[in-house]
Write a protein that binds this ligand. Structure first.
Ligand code: GLA
Length: 383
Protein backbone atom coordinates (compact mmCIF):
# COMPACT_ATOMS: atom_id res chain seq x y z
CA UNK A 1 0.00 0.00 0.00
CA UNK A 2 3.03 2.33 0.26
CA UNK A 3 2.53 2.31 -3.49
CA UNK A 4 0.66 5.57 -4.15
CA UNK A 5 -1.09 4.03 -7.19
CA UNK A 6 -2.98 1.53 -5.01
CA UNK A 7 -3.83 4.27 -2.57
CA UNK A 8 -5.00 6.58 -5.36
CA UNK A 9 -7.38 3.91 -6.70
CA UNK A 10 -8.82 3.38 -3.24
CA UNK A 11 -9.55 7.09 -2.78
CA UNK A 12 -10.88 7.44 -6.30
CA UNK A 13 -13.25 4.49 -5.94
CA UNK A 14 -14.65 5.78 -2.66
CA UNK A 15 -14.83 9.52 -3.32
CA UNK A 16 -14.90 9.74 -7.08
CA UNK A 17 -12.12 12.34 -7.03
CA UNK A 18 -8.37 12.13 -7.63
CA UNK A 19 -6.44 12.79 -4.40
CA UNK A 20 -3.22 14.59 -3.63
CA UNK A 21 -1.23 12.01 -1.65
CA UNK A 22 1.08 12.58 1.32
CA UNK A 23 3.13 10.36 3.60
CA UNK A 24 4.43 10.81 7.15
CA UNK A 25 6.64 8.28 8.96
CA UNK A 26 6.60 6.84 12.47
CA UNK A 27 9.76 7.12 14.50
CA UNK A 28 12.12 5.34 16.80
CA UNK A 29 14.05 7.23 19.44
CA UNK A 30 17.70 6.20 19.69
CA UNK A 31 18.26 8.09 22.94
CA UNK A 32 16.82 11.01 24.96
CA UNK A 33 13.67 9.81 26.71
CA UNK A 34 11.32 12.11 28.64
CA UNK A 35 13.66 14.99 27.96
CA UNK A 36 11.61 16.75 25.29
CA UNK A 37 9.04 18.38 27.60
CA UNK A 38 11.97 19.40 29.85
CA UNK A 39 13.27 21.44 26.86
CA UNK A 40 16.21 19.05 26.58
CA UNK A 41 17.68 16.86 23.83
CA UNK A 42 16.34 13.86 21.92
CA UNK A 43 17.83 11.86 19.06
CA UNK A 44 15.13 10.01 17.09
CA UNK A 45 15.07 8.73 13.52
CA UNK A 46 12.07 8.47 11.20
CA UNK A 47 11.43 4.86 10.15
CA UNK A 48 10.06 3.11 7.09
CA UNK A 49 6.65 2.53 8.66
CA UNK A 50 4.34 5.37 7.70
CA UNK A 51 0.84 6.77 7.32
CA UNK A 52 -0.51 7.84 3.94
CA UNK A 53 -3.22 10.44 3.41
CA UNK A 54 -5.14 11.18 0.22
CA UNK A 55 -7.12 14.40 0.09
CA UNK A 56 -9.56 15.94 -2.36
CA UNK A 57 -11.84 18.96 -1.92
CA UNK A 58 -15.64 18.60 -1.62
CA UNK A 59 -18.32 21.12 -2.45
CA UNK A 60 -20.98 19.98 0.06
CA UNK A 61 -19.35 21.48 3.18
CA UNK A 62 -18.64 18.06 4.68
CA UNK A 63 -15.44 16.58 6.02
CA UNK A 64 -15.47 12.87 5.27
CA UNK A 65 -12.64 10.81 6.69
CA UNK A 66 -12.09 7.17 5.84
CA UNK A 67 -9.61 4.94 7.63
CA UNK A 68 -8.63 1.84 5.72
CA UNK A 69 -7.09 0.39 8.89
CA UNK A 70 -10.34 0.64 10.81
CA UNK A 71 -12.52 0.16 7.68
CA UNK A 72 -14.59 3.05 8.98
CA UNK A 73 -15.86 6.34 7.57
CA UNK A 74 -16.74 9.40 9.68
CA UNK A 75 -18.63 12.44 8.43
CA UNK A 76 -18.42 15.92 9.96
CA UNK A 77 -19.79 19.34 9.14
CA UNK A 78 -16.89 21.58 8.13
CA UNK A 79 -18.66 24.64 9.60
CA UNK A 80 -19.32 23.05 13.03
CA UNK A 81 -16.70 23.23 15.79
CA UNK A 82 -14.79 19.95 16.08
CA UNK A 83 -15.16 18.00 19.32
CA UNK A 84 -12.89 15.16 20.50
CA UNK A 85 -14.57 11.82 21.16
CA UNK A 86 -11.73 9.40 22.04
CA UNK A 87 -11.84 7.95 18.54
CA UNK A 88 -9.16 7.64 15.85
CA UNK A 89 -10.80 10.55 14.01
CA UNK A 90 -9.77 12.88 16.88
CA UNK A 91 -6.32 13.20 15.28
CA UNK A 92 -7.40 14.43 11.83
CA UNK A 93 -10.23 16.42 13.37
CA UNK A 94 -7.83 18.02 15.84
CA UNK A 95 -5.77 19.20 12.88
CA UNK A 96 -8.84 20.98 11.52
CA UNK A 97 -9.53 22.50 14.96
CA UNK A 98 -5.99 23.82 15.41
CA UNK A 99 -5.84 25.23 11.88
CA UNK A 100 -9.22 26.89 12.38
CA UNK A 101 -7.89 28.38 15.62
CA UNK A 102 -4.97 29.74 13.61
CA UNK A 103 -7.45 31.69 11.52
CA UNK A 104 -7.68 29.40 8.49
CA UNK A 105 -11.06 28.67 6.98
CA UNK A 106 -11.17 24.95 6.25
CA UNK A 107 -13.61 23.94 3.51
CA UNK A 108 -15.09 20.45 3.11
CA UNK A 109 -12.79 17.64 1.99
CA UNK A 110 -12.51 13.89 1.62
CA UNK A 111 -9.57 12.29 3.37
CA UNK A 112 -8.50 8.68 3.13
CA UNK A 113 -5.97 7.25 5.52
CA UNK A 114 -3.92 4.11 5.72
CA UNK A 115 -0.83 3.31 7.75
CA UNK A 116 1.46 0.48 8.79
CA UNK A 117 3.00 2.07 11.90
CA UNK A 118 2.10 -0.51 14.57
CA UNK A 119 -0.55 1.08 16.80
CA UNK A 120 0.11 1.67 20.50
CA UNK A 121 3.67 0.36 20.21
CA UNK A 122 5.58 3.51 21.02
CA UNK A 123 6.47 4.14 17.37
CA UNK A 124 4.36 7.29 17.09
CA UNK A 125 1.47 6.18 14.93
CA UNK A 126 -0.52 9.15 16.24
CA UNK A 127 2.19 11.69 15.38
CA UNK A 128 2.39 10.23 11.85
CA UNK A 129 -1.38 10.62 11.51
CA UNK A 130 -1.33 14.21 12.75
CA UNK A 131 1.60 15.21 10.57
CA UNK A 132 0.27 13.61 7.40
CA UNK A 133 -3.16 15.19 7.90
CA UNK A 134 -1.63 18.59 8.67
CA UNK A 135 0.42 18.40 5.49
CA UNK A 136 -2.58 17.29 3.42
CA UNK A 137 -4.99 19.93 4.73
CA UNK A 138 -2.55 22.85 4.64
CA UNK A 139 -1.51 21.98 1.14
CA UNK A 140 -5.17 21.80 0.04
CA UNK A 141 -5.75 25.35 1.34
CA UNK A 142 -2.50 26.59 -0.21
CA UNK A 143 -0.58 27.09 3.04
CA UNK A 144 2.99 25.86 3.48
CA UNK A 145 4.49 25.75 6.96
CA UNK A 146 8.18 25.09 7.57
CA UNK A 147 8.69 21.60 9.11
CA UNK A 148 9.38 22.81 12.68
CA UNK A 149 6.24 25.01 12.67
CA UNK A 150 4.14 22.18 11.27
CA UNK A 151 5.45 19.92 14.06
CA UNK A 152 4.53 22.46 16.74
CA UNK A 153 0.98 22.70 15.36
CA UNK A 154 0.70 18.90 15.45
CA UNK A 155 1.95 18.82 19.03
CA UNK A 156 -0.85 21.26 19.85
CA UNK A 157 -3.35 18.84 18.28
CA UNK A 158 -2.19 16.27 20.79
CA UNK A 159 -1.95 18.64 23.79
CA UNK A 160 -5.00 20.81 23.22
CA UNK A 161 -7.44 18.62 21.29
CA UNK A 162 -6.65 14.98 22.03
CA UNK A 163 -5.62 15.75 25.61
CA UNK A 164 -2.23 13.98 25.74
CA UNK A 165 0.51 15.95 27.43
CA UNK A 166 3.34 14.92 25.09
CA UNK A 167 6.44 16.86 24.08
CA UNK A 168 7.59 17.83 20.59
CA UNK A 169 9.79 14.86 19.66
CA UNK A 170 7.41 12.60 17.76
CA UNK A 171 5.76 15.23 15.59
CA UNK A 172 9.13 16.89 14.94
CA UNK A 173 10.89 13.80 13.64
CA UNK A 174 7.88 12.70 11.59
CA UNK A 175 7.91 16.10 9.87
CA UNK A 176 11.68 16.60 9.61
CA UNK A 177 13.40 13.21 9.52
CA UNK A 178 16.12 12.44 6.98
CA UNK A 179 17.00 9.17 5.28
CA UNK A 180 19.97 7.34 6.84
CA UNK A 181 20.22 9.86 9.67
CA UNK A 182 19.21 10.32 13.26
CA UNK A 183 18.32 13.85 14.28
CA UNK A 184 19.64 15.51 17.42
CA UNK A 185 16.94 17.99 18.40
CA UNK A 186 17.26 20.77 20.91
CA UNK A 187 13.69 20.86 22.17
CA UNK A 188 14.17 24.39 23.51
CA UNK A 189 14.66 26.24 20.25
CA UNK A 190 13.97 23.38 17.80
CA UNK A 191 17.41 23.69 16.26
CA UNK A 192 18.67 20.34 15.06
CA UNK A 193 21.62 18.48 13.66
CA UNK A 194 21.55 15.37 11.49
CA UNK A 195 23.80 12.53 12.63
CA UNK A 196 24.61 9.83 10.06
CA UNK A 197 23.71 6.25 10.92
CA UNK A 198 26.49 4.11 9.40
CA UNK A 199 25.23 2.14 6.36
CA UNK A 200 26.23 -1.16 7.95
CA UNK A 201 24.00 -0.55 10.98
CA UNK A 202 20.35 -1.67 11.11
CA UNK A 203 17.64 -0.38 13.41
CA UNK A 204 16.06 -3.53 14.80
CA UNK A 205 12.82 -2.71 16.55
CA UNK A 206 11.48 -5.37 18.90
CA UNK A 207 7.88 -5.08 20.04
CA UNK A 208 7.24 -6.41 23.55
CA UNK A 209 3.55 -6.58 22.52
CA UNK A 210 2.76 -4.75 25.76
CA UNK A 211 0.54 -1.85 24.69
CA UNK A 212 1.59 1.63 25.65
CA UNK A 213 -0.41 4.84 25.71
CA UNK A 214 0.91 8.29 26.48
CA UNK A 215 -2.62 9.34 27.33
CA UNK A 216 -2.29 6.92 30.28
CA UNK A 217 -1.63 8.08 33.83
CA UNK A 218 1.99 6.88 34.12
CA UNK A 219 3.35 9.31 31.55
CA UNK A 220 1.61 12.18 33.32
CA UNK A 221 2.77 11.07 36.77
CA UNK A 222 6.39 10.78 35.71
CA UNK A 223 6.26 14.16 34.08
CA UNK A 224 4.74 15.76 37.19
CA UNK A 225 7.34 14.11 39.45
CA UNK A 226 10.25 15.38 37.37
CA UNK A 227 8.72 18.85 37.19
CA UNK A 228 8.31 18.93 40.98
CA UNK A 229 12.06 18.34 41.34
CA UNK A 230 12.71 21.16 38.89
CA UNK A 231 10.54 23.56 40.90
CA UNK A 232 12.65 22.90 44.02
CA UNK A 233 15.90 23.65 42.21
CA UNK A 234 14.35 26.76 40.70
CA UNK A 235 13.26 27.97 44.13
CA UNK A 236 16.92 28.00 45.22
CA UNK A 237 18.88 29.37 42.35
CA UNK A 238 16.30 30.63 39.84
CA UNK A 239 16.81 30.40 36.11
CA UNK A 240 15.78 26.73 36.07
CA UNK A 241 12.32 26.76 34.53
CA UNK A 242 13.00 23.33 33.01
CA UNK A 243 15.23 20.39 33.94
CA UNK A 244 17.24 21.23 30.82
CA UNK A 245 18.74 24.01 32.93
CA UNK A 246 19.53 21.82 35.95
CA UNK A 247 22.73 19.93 36.75
CA UNK A 248 23.61 16.81 38.72
CA UNK A 249 25.25 19.14 41.28
CA UNK A 250 21.85 20.77 41.83
CA UNK A 251 20.55 17.36 42.85
CA UNK A 252 23.42 16.89 45.27
CA UNK A 253 22.65 20.21 46.89
CA UNK A 254 18.86 20.13 47.05
CA UNK A 255 17.91 16.53 46.35
CA UNK A 256 17.21 15.94 50.06
CA UNK A 257 14.29 18.38 49.84
CA UNK A 258 12.67 16.36 47.04
CA UNK A 259 10.32 13.42 47.25
CA UNK A 260 12.57 10.38 46.69
CA UNK A 261 10.78 9.52 43.43
CA UNK A 262 11.08 13.08 42.15
CA UNK A 263 14.80 13.00 42.79
CA UNK A 264 15.16 9.80 40.78
CA UNK A 265 13.05 11.11 37.88
CA UNK A 266 15.13 14.28 37.74
CA UNK A 267 18.37 12.32 37.86
CA UNK A 268 17.19 10.39 34.81
CA UNK A 269 16.24 13.51 32.85
CA UNK A 270 19.41 15.47 33.68
CA UNK A 271 21.76 12.57 32.96
CA UNK A 272 19.80 11.60 29.83
CA UNK A 273 20.37 15.04 28.35
CA UNK A 274 24.13 14.59 28.83
CA UNK A 275 24.03 11.11 27.28
CA UNK A 276 22.02 12.27 24.29
CA UNK A 277 24.44 15.03 23.37
CA UNK A 278 27.36 12.63 23.90
CA UNK A 279 25.68 9.98 21.75
CA UNK A 280 25.36 12.34 18.80
CA UNK A 281 29.10 13.11 19.07
CA UNK A 282 29.90 9.40 19.18
CA UNK A 283 27.72 8.75 16.15
CA UNK A 284 29.42 11.53 14.26
CA UNK A 285 32.81 9.99 15.02
CA UNK A 286 31.53 6.53 14.12
CA UNK A 287 32.39 5.37 17.65
CA UNK A 288 29.70 2.69 17.84
CA UNK A 289 31.09 1.13 21.02
CA UNK A 290 30.45 4.43 22.79
CA UNK A 291 26.96 4.66 21.24
CA UNK A 292 26.20 1.19 22.62
CA UNK A 293 27.56 2.06 26.06
CA UNK A 294 25.41 5.21 26.22
CA UNK A 295 22.32 3.29 25.13
CA UNK A 296 22.89 0.71 27.86
CA UNK A 297 23.31 3.41 30.46
CA UNK A 298 20.19 5.18 29.13
CA UNK A 299 18.16 2.01 29.52
CA UNK A 300 19.39 1.47 33.06
CA UNK A 301 18.43 5.04 33.94
CA UNK A 302 15.03 4.81 32.20
CA UNK A 303 14.24 1.55 33.94
CA UNK A 304 15.65 2.12 37.42
CA UNK A 305 15.56 5.88 38.00
CA UNK A 306 12.60 6.87 35.85
CA UNK A 307 10.83 3.54 36.40
CA UNK A 308 9.47 3.89 32.89
CA UNK A 309 10.11 0.32 31.75
CA UNK A 310 8.31 -2.97 32.44
CA UNK A 311 9.37 -6.57 33.02
CA UNK A 312 8.96 -7.47 29.34
CA UNK A 313 10.99 -4.51 28.02
CA UNK A 314 13.78 -5.09 30.55
CA UNK A 315 13.86 -8.73 29.43
CA UNK A 316 13.90 -7.78 25.74
CA UNK A 317 16.97 -5.63 26.40
CA UNK A 318 18.66 -8.26 28.59
CA UNK A 319 17.99 -11.07 26.10
CA UNK A 320 19.68 -9.09 23.32
CA UNK A 321 22.96 -8.54 25.12
CA UNK A 322 24.99 -11.54 23.97
CA UNK A 323 23.49 -11.96 20.49
CA UNK A 324 26.18 -11.42 17.82
CA UNK A 325 26.01 -8.04 16.07
CA UNK A 326 24.44 -6.02 18.89
CA UNK A 327 25.78 -2.48 19.28
CA UNK A 328 23.25 -1.16 21.79
CA UNK A 329 19.72 -1.83 23.04
CA UNK A 330 17.19 0.14 25.05
CA UNK A 331 13.47 0.71 25.51
CA UNK A 332 12.32 3.45 23.15
CA UNK A 333 9.43 5.92 23.35
CA UNK A 334 6.97 6.87 26.07
CA UNK A 335 7.60 3.74 28.18
CA UNK A 336 5.65 1.14 30.15
CA UNK A 337 5.64 -1.22 27.17
CA UNK A 338 6.07 -0.74 23.46
CA UNK A 339 9.32 -1.46 21.65
CA UNK A 340 13.02 -1.72 22.21
CA UNK A 341 15.49 -0.27 19.71
CA UNK A 342 18.51 -2.40 18.92
CA UNK A 343 21.35 -1.03 16.85
CA UNK A 344 22.72 -4.10 15.11
CA UNK A 345 25.41 -4.71 12.50
CA UNK A 346 23.46 -5.10 9.28
CA UNK A 347 24.97 -8.46 8.33
CA UNK A 348 23.85 -9.93 11.64
CA UNK A 349 20.39 -8.31 11.67
CA UNK A 350 18.22 -11.21 10.37
CA UNK A 351 19.83 -13.78 12.67
CA UNK A 352 19.73 -11.31 15.55
CA UNK A 353 16.00 -10.75 15.04
CA UNK A 354 15.32 -14.47 14.92
CA UNK A 355 17.32 -15.30 18.04
CA UNK A 356 15.82 -12.42 20.03
CA UNK A 357 12.28 -13.33 18.97
CA UNK A 358 12.84 -16.97 19.91
CA UNK A 359 14.27 -16.14 23.31
CA UNK A 360 11.44 -13.72 24.12
CA UNK A 361 8.76 -16.18 23.00
CA UNK A 362 10.36 -18.89 25.15
CA UNK A 363 10.30 -16.62 28.20
CA UNK A 364 6.88 -15.01 27.83
CA UNK A 365 4.90 -17.29 25.56
CA UNK A 366 4.27 -14.34 23.21
CA UNK A 367 5.81 -14.11 19.74
CA UNK A 368 7.13 -10.55 19.45
CA UNK A 369 7.04 -8.59 16.21
CA UNK A 370 10.58 -7.70 15.24
CA UNK A 371 11.23 -5.26 12.41
CA UNK A 372 14.48 -4.48 10.65
CA UNK A 373 14.08 -0.79 9.82
CA UNK A 374 16.07 1.98 8.22
CA UNK A 375 16.10 5.71 8.90
CA UNK A 376 13.75 7.43 6.46
CA UNK A 377 12.79 10.85 5.19
CA UNK A 378 10.22 12.95 7.02
CA UNK A 379 6.75 13.81 5.75
CA UNK A 380 6.33 14.82 2.11
CA UNK A 381 3.99 14.77 -0.85
CA UNK A 382 4.04 11.57 -2.88
CA UNK A 383 1.90 12.76 -5.78
C1 GLA B 1 6.18 9.99 23.95
C2 GLA B 1 5.87 11.47 23.78
C3 GLA B 1 7.13 12.25 23.48
C4 GLA B 1 8.22 11.96 24.50
C5 GLA B 1 8.38 10.46 24.70
C6 GLA B 1 9.33 10.12 25.83
O1 GLA B 1 6.62 9.45 22.75
O2 GLA B 1 4.94 11.66 22.75
O3 GLA B 1 6.84 13.62 23.42
O4 GLA B 1 7.96 12.62 25.71
O5 GLA B 1 7.15 9.82 24.96
O6 GLA B 1 10.61 10.47 25.48
Amino acid sequence: MHDPAVFRSMHLARFNAAPAIFVAPGRVNLIGEHTDYAEGFVMPAAIDFATLAGISPRSDGKIVIYSENYAEEKVFDAAAPAVASKHWSDYPLGVVAILTGEGHKIPGFSLSLWGDVPLGSGLSSSAALEVVTMLAVTSMIGVSYPGPVLARLCQRVENEFVGANCGIMDQFISANGAKDHALLLDCRDLSFKLAPIPPNVALVIANTMVKHSIAGGDYRTRRAESEAACAIINSHRGGVPFLRDATLEDLEKWGHEMEPKSLLRARHVISENLRTVACEKALEKGDMAEVGRLMAEAHRSYSQDFEGSCVEADAMVALAQDIPGLIGARLTGGGFGGCTINLVEQSHAPAFAETLGGRYAAQFGIVPQIHICHASDGAHRLE
